[in-house]
Design a protein around this ligand. Structure first.
Ligand code: SF4
Length: 255
């Protein structure tokens, strides 16, 4: 990538503007994230089509939350009593897609918000469910989430994307756990336009991010944690973002 012009953008709108401003260049937006970000990526593709922008592409790496939750439960490595379901994702998909979890696995679910009091409330609701012995899906984050989700956002996603398999760090390829751009919009698909072959995920030597993401180890189990791997010099992806498990342990954890 040394010859490439790589920019960090705040949103797909910024990427579209770069494409408008540079019609002779190919502008590729790397579309990562879960159901939270997928609708805005879908909207950018529709906008590019409406405006006739010919040099805008998306490398679609979007992933889906409920299928990977199912995959983790199916692995059977974790003995879970309850799950704090993600607030951002649930704003889009609602709480209904988690209903298979209490029904098929007997695990309580509460969709949580982001403030400390939101987390405490969701934990209290989980404990109450577990004590009652009646696991269900509840919403603690009612100001942002309803059972059906955001229908407009879901329709946008469905228009532009189709469900596909996806490769997950520490788990491997999970069927129907990611999104790819529908054939109708393939001219915006960077993977098609540039014959991109994505290499399998490789972990840095000594990094146990995969085990941490599966919940079978914590950052404290990693020999590199704090000594070699820090937020200033991250060795693996869990230390890169402030939302990463290792970065959170670094910031708030105690030995
Ligand atoms: S990100 Fe760093 S601390 Fe976390 S598992 Fe990888 S090497 Fe260890």
């Amino acid at each position: 990538a040394s010859e490439a012009d790589i920019r960090i953008v705040y949103s797909t709108q910024d990427a579209l503007q770069i494409a408008r401003d540079n019609p002779s260049k190919s502008v590729i937006f790397i579309g990562i994230g879960f159901e939270t970000t997928a609708p805005t990526i879908a909207a950018s593709i529709l906008q590019a089509e409406n405006e006739g922008i010919k040099n805008y592409y998306v490398l679609c790496l979007s992933k889906l939350c409920p299928p990977i939750m199912k995959a983790l439960l199916d692995l059977g490595e974790l003995k879970l009593d309850g799950i704090v379901c993600p607030g951002h994702v649930s704003v889009i998909i609602g709480s209904r897609p988690y209903e298979f979890i209490p029904r098929d696995y007997g695990v309580a679910c509460v969709v949580a918000g982001f403030e400390p009091v939101d987390i405490l409330l969701s934990v209290e609701m989980l404990v109450a469910q577990i004590e009652n012995g009646k696991p269900i899906v509840e919403i603690a984050y009612r100001r942002g989430v309803n059972p059906e989700g955001n229908k407009i956002a879901l329709e946008l996603m469905d228009r532009v994307f189709q469900v596909d398999s996806a490769d997950w760090r520490g788990i491997g390829v999970v069927p129907a756990s990611g999104l790819k751009i529908r054939k109708k919009f393939e001219r915006f698909d960077a993977e098609q336009a540039f014959s991109i072959t994505l290499e399998p995920v490789r972990e840095a030597k000594g990094c146990i991010c995969g085990d941490i993401l599966r919940g079978v180890k914590t950052p404290l189990d990693c020999k590199l944690f704090r000594k070699v791997c820090t937020p200033e010099h991250p060795v693996g992806p869990c230390m890169v973002s402030s939302e990463g498990s290792c970065a959170a342990y670094y910031q708030y954890g105690t030995e």
